[in-house]
Design a protein around this ligand. Structure first.
Ligand code: FES
Length: 106
């Protein structure tokens, strides 16, 4: 079972078990990680599940799709490692993934 570490805006690290096939957003919500709003429920239509993928993992997660790239325009403080966590699919190879949550989703 892959584990994902979330770094919340106040610097707290929380490592949780993730289920293959879930999204990183679903993993956060299921584990009560604060700071991911996910207003659209994972439909790639709100950009309130914005996270920063740790640089060492940036090239190992699935690629940014066209819809995600468009929606990222609506996120706050977008950086090269910005992703919408509902579009990051959990697979075994992502065991150890680290993502940081921005200060605000709005
Ligand atoms: Fe809305 Fe990810 S949950 S875009």
């Amino acid at each position: 079972m892959p584990q994902i570490t979330f770094i919340t805006a106040d610097g707290t690290h929380r490592t949780v078990d993730a289920r293959n096939g879930d999204s990183v957003m679903q993993t956060a919500i299921k584990n009560g990680i604060p700071g991911i709003d996910a207003d659209c429920g994972g439909a790639c239509a709100c950009a309130t599940c914005h996270v920063y993928v740790d640089e060492s993992w940036k090239d190992r997660v699935n690629k940014v799709g066209d819809m995600e790239a468009s929606m990222l325009d609506f996120a706050q403080v977008v950086l090269p490692n910005s992703r919408l966590s509902c579009q990051l699919q959990v697979v075994e190879a992502l065991d150890g993934l680290v993502v940081a949550i921005p200060e605000s989703q709005h």
